[in-house]
Design a protein around this ligand. Structure first.
Ligand SMILES: [Fe+2]
Ligand SMILES: [Fe+2]
Length: 241
């Protein structure tokens, strides 16, 4: 796949991979944007084009790494983007899947109690996802923003090595998307008849989509946020030896 640049036509990029629509949605760009390049829409919407290009490419290409662009955008905008994605999972994607599951469980007359296991597993998954996201929002992101602040204003900040560094995040950051496998397995292997097959199909498709999106989200955390914070920590000499 071709790398996206500021001269790339946005509509053409989306025609090649419609999943980018969800990404640009997090920058408040919606369909109907016209015949514009990535650079033009960034200018119009007051978005940093370097950052936009980094996000679009890392979404499309697993091996993409913006080595020399890493210093050209702020952690503040990266964190804002990650928070928007969290918000999308918790307030749109998860409630939507829950609605489909509720419909599946209540749709059979007489009731098929066996379908309730789907609800139970999904509830357990939602708790894990919620914990994962809350830990990032309450611990990691404030730390990341603090480091950038310290990096930009070294004269004002306290010295000393903090208890929590990006190294801790790196070791604790788990693959929350992989845990969707239990639920997919149950649905594919053990779902008791009778049920609405079209609805089951839709739920499984949504679970796959969520898994893929979470994967891309985690890649931005691991491959862009961590190296960028580590660079600042190194400059501030915050690494223990
Ligand atoms: Fe996250
Ligand atoms: Fe994460």
């Amino acid at each position: 796949m071709k790398t996206i640049g500021t001269n790339t036509n946005l509509a053409e990029a989306i025609l090649q991979n419609h999943n980018l629509l969800r990404v640009i949605g997090r920058f408040d760009i919606q369909p109907g944007f016209g015949d514009v390049t990535v650079g033009e829409i960034c200018h119009k919407k007051d978005i940093d084009p370097v950052f936009m290009v980094v996000i679009l490419n890392s979404f499309l290409d697993e091996s993409y790494f913006p080595a020399h662009d890493l210093t050209r955008f702020s952690l503040k905008q990266l964190v804002r983007y990650l928070q928007k994605t969290h918000d999308y999972y918790l307030n749109h994607q998860i409630p939507y899947i829950q609605e489909l599951i509720d419909r599946l469980c209540s749709g059979q007359q007489p009731e098929n109690a066996g379908l309730k296991v789907v609800n139970k597993f999904f509830a357990a998954y939602c708790r894990e996802l919620n914990d994962h996201i809350m830990r990032e929002e309450k611990v990691t992101f404030p730390y990341v923003l603090g480091i950038e602040n310290r990096f930009n204003h070294p004269e004002e900040s306290e010295t000393g090595i903090p208890d929590y560094t990006i190294h801790h995040y790196e070791t604790e950051h788990d693959n929350v998307e992989e845990k969707l496998n239990d639920l997919k397995n149950i649905m594919i292997k053990y779902l008791p008849q009778p049920f609405d097959f079209d609805l089951v199909n839709r739920i499984i498709a949504e679970l796959y989509w969520l898994e893929k999106d979470l994967n891309e989200h985690a890649r931005i955390e691991d491959k862009i946020m961590i190296p960028k914070v580590r660079m600042m920590e190194a400059a501030l000499k915050l690494h223990r030896h």
